[in-house]
Design a protein around this ligand. Structure first.
Ligand code: SRM
Ligand code: SF4
Length: 577
């Protein structure tokens, strides 16, 4: 018997413009939340309904999280200033840099959503399709474009963004045309807008026989599940390219970008105890020229649209199509859609990951500065006024903000004469840690988890700094203090901070209990495996400390911890529970 379609498939088919009853809810002042089906529709508009999980014992306090779209993590200074203002006015006062180079606003109340989203659009970004069964933010290396090659990659990332934007009319009619800009935001938004066009405006939809708009790629039911695209330039795998549904790895020959190696089928989300779900690294499919990038993107997404599992949302990503039908099947399906097979991929090698911390030359007169942002959270706290410092820098020096895929920040286009002043400004606001985080913190990532994430089984962002301090102490006790180590933590197995591709992955199983994964590598080309399950949080540093001591005495020269763990057979022979 055929399995029935999942509920979301019926919802999408019934309202293909994705409007749901969002308008009606917004018009009703007595409502503090979106109900039922609308929770699914608002995701396509970049909105997640949440409640403060710290307050659940008293009662549910609803708010939403809103996610922006920033191709390659690029945020002009004037746009950043709008976000800074919006986060104070409508959200919880913080801005969260995500692991896919976007910003998230948390704690937005129902009455503020309209003004927030309208202002984001006026400031030349969007929240359209940053969630939902569509293509999400397109990631790309966060160092600024310093030559024709990197500029072309940036252009291609925007081209892919545009061809994969859904063409729903509801988003703009609800959030842009349907909202009056909040008084007092006009001037700051006008600066961000100047007279430029919004690069995230989707092309108009086609019309069906009745004249109703129809999306030429996504049709009426969109994709079976989310879809993620990234770009990388070897040898740095800073966008963790193998974890994307579709990846483009730049191929440079004789100083020219000649095209990309196409990767398909990565994805990390799993569910505890559900064997149908697993993390997977993408396969290398073949080589494409720059001219093919739009056609190939559409063809790959259409394969997900047509072959992804629409009966089980836990098993609906394109990675399962690749795994179950095989790479050769995929290549031939793609060839049919493109009219010809792709030539073989060109050789490539990743040698590491990581953001460009500190000062770097950009042009003869300008530099860029990589800053460590602890857990990606831009905030003001006692003795640490990062948000104020970044606001001052944006106002005074106007750099481009570039969000990294490890939740850090690069400021580019800084006049060389302003370098000292910028450093002083950050230090005078208590932000010394942005310059010298060390090789564990700078490589670490944690997802938001509690109190905002409705799916969290355990803490993550809130305990991560303290956790890394104990890992650093355990390293020091083993005589390997200060050495590079990629540690990533999440509050559940969905994998939002990509723990499955870290040297050490810590994954929430239940309150205070975590699965500990080992054996991923620094290049992001190997998955970590479950080492021990349900380990009490406080016991993890000591357990790892024992391994650090063995690693220090057993490793071969230059061998990274993840490589040592992967190849040390007796770590894997004992039962993991
Ligand atoms: Fe994620 C769901 C946060 C990157 C896999 N993710 C969520 C939600 C929206 C929870 C929800 O559905 O109610 C989280 C909101 C928490 C909050 O309070 O903010 C959330 N995901 C994040 C962010 C903010 C984590 C971060 O620390 O930065 C990242 C936002 C990225 C962005 O800007 O678009 C984020 N999520 C990822 C990644 C990493 C990546 O894409 O590079 C993954 C693993 C890769 C992948 O997609 O397989 C990821 N998130 C998931 C999943 C599992 C999907 C699956 O295939 O099983 C979920 C759950 C779902 O979709 O049902 C999820
Ligand atoms: Fe929430 Fe889980 Fe993602 Fe963390 S990994 S943000 S707990 S969905």
């Amino acid at each position: 018997m055929e399995k029935p379609l999942s509920k979301n498939e019926f919802l999408k088919a019934a309202k293909p413009d994705l409007s749901g009853s969002i308008r009606e809810t917004l018009a009703n002042d007595t409502l503090d939340r979106f109900s039922g089906d609308d929770e699914q529709f608002i995701k396509f508009h970049g909105i997640y309904q949440q409640d403060d999980r710290d307050k659940r014992k008293v009662g549910k306090e609803y708010s939403v999280m809103v996610r922006t779209r920033q191709t390659g993590g690029i945020v002009p200074a004037a746009q950043y200033l709008v976000y800074d203002e919006l986060s104070g006015r409508f959200a919880n006062g913080t801005l969260r840099i995500t692991s896919r180079q976007t910003f998230q606003f948390h704690g937005v109340l129902q009455k503020g959503i309209g003004s927030l989203i309208k202002s984001i659009n006026e400031a030349l970004s969007t929240t359209l399709a940053t969630c939902g069964d569509v293509n999400r933010n397109v990631t790309a290396p966060s160092a600024p474009a310093v030559n024709a090659i990197t500029q072309s990659i940036e252009d291609d990332a925007f081209a892919v963004t545009t061809v994969l934007l859904p063409r729903t009319t509801a988003y703009h009619s609800i959030w842009v045309d349907g909202v009056q800009l909040d008084l007092g935001l006009g001037e700051i938004v006008a600066k961000a807008k100047s007279d430029q066009a919004n690069p995230y405006m989707p092309p108009p939809a086609d019309a069906d026989e009745s004249g109703a708009p129809v999306d030429p790629l996504y049709g009426k039911t969109y994709l079976p599940r989310k879809f993620k695209v990234g770009f990388a330039i070897p040898p740095n795998n800073d966008t963790d390219i193998f974890t994307n549904d579709m990846g483009f790895v730049a191929v440079v020959e004789a100083g020219k970008l000649i095209g990309y190696n196409l990767l398909v089928g990565g994805g990390l989300g799993t569910s505890h105890g559900n064997k149908l779900t697993y993390p997977r690294l993408a396969d290398v499919v073949g080589f494409i020229t720059r001219e093919q990038i739009a056609a190939v993107s559409i063809a790959v997404v259409s394969i997900h649209r047509d072959w992804g599992d629409r009966t089980d949302r836990k098993h609906a990503r394109i990675k399962y199509v690749l795994q179950e039908k095989g790479l050769e099947w995929f290549r031939s399906e793609l060839a049919q859609r493109l009219g010809a097979p792709l030539p073989a991929a060109k050789p490539f090698l990743f040698k590491g990951q990581g953001d460009p911390f500190g000062w770097h030359r950009e042009t003869d007169t300008t530099s860029y500065l990589g800053l460590f942002i602890e857990t990606g959270r831009v905030k003001d706290a006692e003795g640490y006024r990062l948000k104020t410092a970044l606001r001052e820098i944006a106002k005074k020096f106007g750099p481009t903000f570039r969000l990294t895929a490890s939740q850090n920040l690069v400021l580019s286009g800084i006049q060389n004469g302003h370098k000292d002043e910028i450093e002083k400004l950050l230090k005078s606001h208590g932000c010394e840690n942005v310059f010298s985080p060390g090789l564990v913190r700078s490589r670490g990532m944690a997802c938001p988890a509690l109190p905002t994430c409705g799916l969290a089984l355990a803490e993550s962002e809130r305990v991560f700094p303290q956790f890394l301090a104990s890992i650093e102490a355990a390293q020091a006790a083993a005589g390997i203090g200060g050495e590079e180590l990629v540690v990533r933590m999440t509050g559940c197995p969905n994998g939002c901070a990509r723990p499955y591709s870290a040297e050490i992955g810590i994954i929430g199983k239940a309150p205070g209990k975590y699965n500990v994964l080992l054996g991923g590598n620094r290049e992001g080309t190997r998955l970590a495996r479950n080492w021990h399950e349900s380990v009490p949080f406080d016991e993890i540093p000591a357990k790892l400390g024992v391994l650090f001591k063995r690693y220090a005495s057993e490793r071969t020269p230059q061998q990274a911890f993840g490589d040592w763990a992967d190849r040390t057979a007796d770590l894997w022979s004992a039962p993991t529970v």
